[in-house]
Write a protein that binds this ligand. Structure first.
Ligand code: M7G
Length: 323
């Protein structure tokens, strides 16, 4: 067997091992917490670094990042919650005011649990609470600093290719346009548990593999961008009865994953990552390119980078920090 074949087989086996491990995970028995990476009281989430104990099915000594999030209430389930199945324990009573802790039925008490295993150092950095710094990147900086760094460091895109070639999440696809230039797959983002429409979060991933980010877009990509905009609007209206005026469609710069994709969220949802300096409305992107074909090869982009981000170090080394 050639060394390329052996490498391919080892990658395949590793992927199968990883998927088996995730599928067979039934509880956190044997999980040890190494560190709390971040916690957020307002959106009721916690980001934990840990390890699974020695188990044949789990790779010893490999890190796992676990994200726990309490999910919003919904009109459909609140009736079941306020029933005889909910046990109440009185915390305090004063006149007409009572404060209780309610213990709902376990089916109504799910916690959205995301497991990234094995987690790489970049995952750990991504989910660790850190100070952030504002960077102003000219196109020249992009070519000289950002691009070389990304080419050496970027996150694996295996999960994206698994979606595009239907080896993962095929049953979750909401819409697909198979065209190799302008086509894309629309499916629920990992951030959405599909329970409430108010926090609808979908992701449209384009089929073509030659667009890393906003920086690569020019007038040749207008048909792709317009196709995503138009067909996502139709698909979301048909599937979820959420109209275009209730949708926020945007791209991130910098994204975490450098294969072009568009975030599609409910307008009511203050999704993580919609802040200024990160999210760019798809409609603005289209219009900017219509006005100036090479807009994103001219425009300086301002974004924040976390303290431990290697890209920040590169900007610091180049003396490009805002003073
Ligand atoms: P991004 O702008 O590259 O980075 O978006 P962000 O994660 O910092 O926002 C990538 C999007 O893909 C995010 O909204 C993720 O939640 C989503 N995502 C990431 N992974 C690994 C998966 C996955 O395996 N499946 C799905 N459906 N979505 C994912």
């Amino acid at each position: 067997m050639s060394s390329v074949d052996a490498k391919e087989q080892a990658t395949k086996k590793r992927k199968i091992d990883e998927e088996t491990t995730q599928q067979e995970l039934k509880s956190f028995d044997g999980f040890t917490i190494t560190k709390i990476l971040n916690e957020n009281a307002s959106n009721k989430s916690i980001f934990v670094l840990g390890k699974f104990s020695k188990d044949e099915k789990c790779k010893e000594e490999e890190n796992a990042v676990v994200i726990l999030e309490k999910t919003p209430f919904s009109e459909e389930t609140v009736g079941n919650l306020l029933s005889s199945k909910m046990e109440l324990s009185l915390q305090m009573q004063n006149d007409i005011y009572g404060m209780f802790t309610g213990y709902p039925d376990k089916l109504l008490n799910g916690v959205k649990t995301t497991v990234i295993y094995p987690a790489t150092e970049r995952h750990i950095q991504k989910y660790t609470a850190q100070n952030v710094n504002l960077i102003c990147e000219s196109y020249e900086d992009y070519v000289n600093i950002t691009l070389p760094y990304l080419q050496s460091q970027k996150f694996s895109l295996q999960w994206v290719y698994n979606i595009l070639n239907k080896t993962s999440e095929a049953d979750r696809i909401i819409f697909e346009d198979e065209d190799e230039n302008n086509g894309f797959v629309l499916l629920p983002d990992m951030k959405w548990d599909k329970k409430q429409l108010e926090n609808l979060y979908l992701i449209a991933i384009c089929h073509r593999k030659d667009v890393m980010s906003l920086r690569d877009l020019n007038e040749k990509h207008l048909p792709l961008l317009k196709n995503i905009q138009e067909k996502c609007r139709i698909a979301v209206k048909e599937k979820f009865n959420v109209g275009p005026s209730q949708l926020r469609m945007y791209v991130h710069y910098q994204p975490s994953y450098y294969h072009f994709h568009v975030h599609v969220t409910h307008l009511k949802f203050e999704a993580p990552g919609i802040q200024v300096g990160r999210a760019y409305l798809l409609s603005d992107v289209i219009e900017n390119i219509e006005m100036v074909a090479n807009y994103y090869q001219k425009k300086s982009m301002t974004f924040s980078l976390r303290e431990n981000d290697g890209l920040l170090t590169k900007f610091k080394e180049a003396g490009k920090l805002l003073q």
